[in-house]
Design a protein around this ligand. Structure first.
Ligand code: ADP
Ligand code: MG
Length: 705
């Protein structure tokens, strides 16, 4: 069942499939609505009766819109979403079907979830996992060939309550940053009662023609090309970025927007990206939780709609060598329930002092916990990008822009005295310039850039959930705010204490601020001099999660327990090893069953040609065929040698028993062996005749669309 997206009215369809606030207000009894809002906004426990009434209203609404099934929609550690569909069917005594949905079914589910990664948290004999309704993210209807399904966003945990998903820790991290930020806001006399983190996730992706995709095992199994020579043209003409959108792509985007809008995803901006066949979509920001759910829905919808247009959406970080890969920019800010963006410089000295406190907290957090941010952006795919001159380096630094850096310099030097008289606060110049987005220059090479009223974390991987990056951001900033709040609460002279803490934090953490070119080699050296960590790969980053001081951080903020940290490390190592293992096996299969036979065929053609021509005219010049034959034969031998070597490395890695050791073997031995195999294969692609090459090439994938 697909919705009609031909003549849509945006305002009419937006949120049409969402059980949102307006629908709840309209359909729930006043008391129930109020009670539910208290749970959503103030985290008050939900009582059974309320759940019962909500479930019934939700079911009626869903059924009116054609739903037959419901599902607890959750986000296991695979980074994808999971769902198990139940129909609303219930049988009466006389054998008739009626549609039922109870409060209990809304609030709690028990998927037999033994096959989701748990990192040892759940032994298979205790396979039960629980899903619990997250009423802070609205339920929605999915319309597709399966019909209409009511999807209830849920958190997923084990029998003992340990988080098995990405949502649970995200919600916990949002709670802790709210608590800590509120301590500070109270001191500034704010009337807010809670704080939320806001997120806008820009999504990059590639589209390729499905016909070509299906001819490439590497795309099918791994989402990226493992072989492929550069075509004569790549992205060097810079003609794709913001270029006019091809009709076929435009039709896809139109349907995509329509489907996203129905789901309440506020898809706002779409444009062509730098690489050929690469595009980007950005929504209007929402709370971190909803934005995370929406980004998952966006990735799912991209994939689904592409398929309807004979296209395949590649979400992988590096589908093609030689052109840019894809990332996800995580725009992040903190905002009060009264609508004040805490990273917006204010209009009064008072607001500015408060802004500087929050700014200093972010700077301190990012500097102190850089490895955790790095980890949150790590996956095997992103290892091809970070530090590879197309994406930010693997070094975490902050771009503030010249204006703001200048102000911080002055604060650090204690020179911001000019406006002191006008201000109640030493640090607060009477007015700070208004850092609107277009005022802060756009430094694209920084992994963490201040863009006027929010930070843009540019490292996260295109295929990953943004839960991880936001869990880290929320937690580390909560910790920085906690320390500041401890100090300010104890202070006798509040203004002086604000002054001190901001000045001190800027001094201490100045080293993380870098406004220059993050792609340059000089920066790598400079960062090393500054003592900033440069964690090159995913495997190197994973272990940080179980550093004692970080475990303590997560435990103190109730975000992860020690066992949860340990289980996640286990999952990450395993995920990495499995990813590379699949890539290596795919390469081997393609090399042995496609590349070698095709190349041998082609070599044989040359040999046959030589023989045939020679027997016709003994003195004929067959030097071209001979030279091709010799070249191809040499490359065939190289391929075979590389295949053998790769097989050895894979087998050694597969036999390793310990997760970390295994991941390291894949990184240090298998990946180089894969690269060694790619080289002669790509060279063969350049000599074997087009009609004899066994798979579509980059020209087909990137330009024939
Ligand atoms: P750019 O191309 O410079 O990266 P875009 O305008 O494409 O910028 O994207 C900016 C993203 O930041 C959008 O998703 C937008 O909704 C989001 N954003 C704007 N303000 C905030 C905020 N206060 N908190 C979180 N995200 C925000
Ligand atoms: Mg951006």
């Amino acid at each position: 069942m697909r919705g009609d997206c031909t003549n849509v009215k945006l305002t009419k369809i937006f949120g049409a499939n969402v059980f949102n606030d307006a629908v709840m207000k309209e359909r729930l009894p006043k008391e129930t609505y109020k009670a539910l809002k208290k749970t959503i906004d103030d985290s008050e426990p939900l009582n059974k009766h309320v759940a019962e009434v909500v479930a019934s209203a939700m079911k009626d609404w869903a059924i009116e819109k054609g739903a037959t099934h419901y599902t607890h929609w959750f986000q296991p550690m695979t980074g994808k979403t999971a769902e198990k569909h139940d129909s609303f069917i219930s049988l009466t005594e006389d054998g008739k079907a009626i549609m039922e949905f109870s409060g209990k079914e809304l609030v709690k589910g028990e998927p037999d979830a033994s096959s989701f990664p748990s990192g040892g948290l759940r032994a298979t004999f205790e396979a039960r996992g629980y899903t619990a309704w997250d009423c802070t993210s609205p339920a929605f209807l999915k319309e597709d060939e399966a019909g209409v399904t009511l999807c209830i966003p849920t958190a997923f945990c084990s029998y003992n309550g340990e988080a098995l998903d990405k949502k649970t820790p995200l919600l916990r991290s949002m709670a802790t940053i709210s608590d800590q930020a509120m301590r500070i806001l109270k001191l500034f006399g704010s009337d807010a009662s809670r704080v939320v983190t806001t997120v806008g996730a820009e999504q990059e992706y590639f589209l390729v023609d499905k016909r070509f995709y299906q001819e490439r095992k590497d795309l099918i199994f791994t989402g990226r090309t493992l072989f492929g020579a550069m075509p004569p043209k790549g992205q060097e003409m810079e003609d794709h970025y913001f270029g006019s959108i091809k009709e076929r792509i435009a039709a896809f985007m139109k349907e995509l927007d329509c489907e996203l809008w129905k789901l309440g995803v506020s898809s706002k901006t779409k444009h062509n990206e730098v690489a050929p066949a690469q595009h980007e979509l950005a929504p209007i920001f929402a709370t971190a939780n909803i934005a995370t759910d929406h980004n998952q829905l966006t990735m799912e919808t991209l994939t689904k709609i592409a398929n309807r247009h004979g296209l395949v959406c590649l979400l992988h970080e590096k589908p093609f060598a030689g052109v840019n890969g894809s990332g996800k920019h995580n725009n992040w800010s903190i905002s009060t329930d009264t609508g004040q963006n805490l990273l917006n410089p204010g209009k009064t000295p008072h607001e500015n002092a408060q802004f500087l406190v929050f700014l200093a907290a972010v700077i301190a957090a990012v500097d102190e916990y850089a490895p955790l941010l790095r980890l949150s952006a790590a996956n095997a795919g992103n290892d091809h990008r970070l530090g590879a001159n197309e994406a930010p380096p693997a070094i975490i630094s902050i771009f503030l822009g010249d204006q703001l850096t200048d102000i911080l310099d002055q604060i650090e030097a204690g020179e911001l005295t000019a406006s002191k008289k006008a201000s109640r606060f030493g640090v607060g110049v009477s007015t700070l310039p208004n850092f609107r987005m277009d005022v802060t220059d756009r430094n694209r090479t920084s992994p963490f850039a201040f863009t006027g009223n929010k930070f843009e974390f540019r490292m996260p991987p295109s295929s990953g959930s943004v839960a991880g990056p936001n869990i880290m951001l929320n937690t580390i900033v909560a910790e920085a705010l906690r320390k500041i709040a401890d100090e300010l609460e104890a202070a006798e002279d509040f203004d002086a204490a604000v002054n001190d803490v901001v000045t001190r934090l800027i001094k201490e953490h100045r080293k993380v601020i870098f406004n220059g070119n993050g792609y340059s080699d000089e920066w790598v050296e400079e960062a090393e001099r500054r003592g900033l960590p440069n964690i090159h790969t995913t495997v190197d980053a994973i272990d940080y999660l179980v550093k004692p001081e970080y475990i303590e951080l997560f435990e103190n903020h109730g975000v992860f327990s020690k066992v949860e940290c340990e289980s996640r490390v286990e999952i990450l190592f395993e995920e990495y090893a499995k990813t590379i293992n699949i890539e290596a096996l795919t390469m081997l299969q393609m090399a042995k069953r496609e590349v070698l036979p095709a190349s041998i065929n082609y070599a044989t053609k040359m040999a046959t040609s030589i023989n045939t021509i020679k027997s016709a005219v003994g003195a004929a010049n067959v030097s071209v065929q001979a030279s091709i034959l010799s070249n191809v034969s040499d490359l065939i031998a190289e391929v075979q040698e590389a295949v053998t070597k790769l097989e050895e490395c894979v087998s050694k890695a597969q036999n390793s028993e310990e997760a970390k050791e295994q991941a390291n073997l894949f990184k240090d031995e298998v990946i180089p062996a894969m690269e060694a195999l790619r080289t002669p294969v790509d060279q063969l692609e350049g000599v074997v005749a087009e009609e004899d090459w066994p798979m579509p090439v980059y020209t087909d994938l990137l330009f024939r669309i």
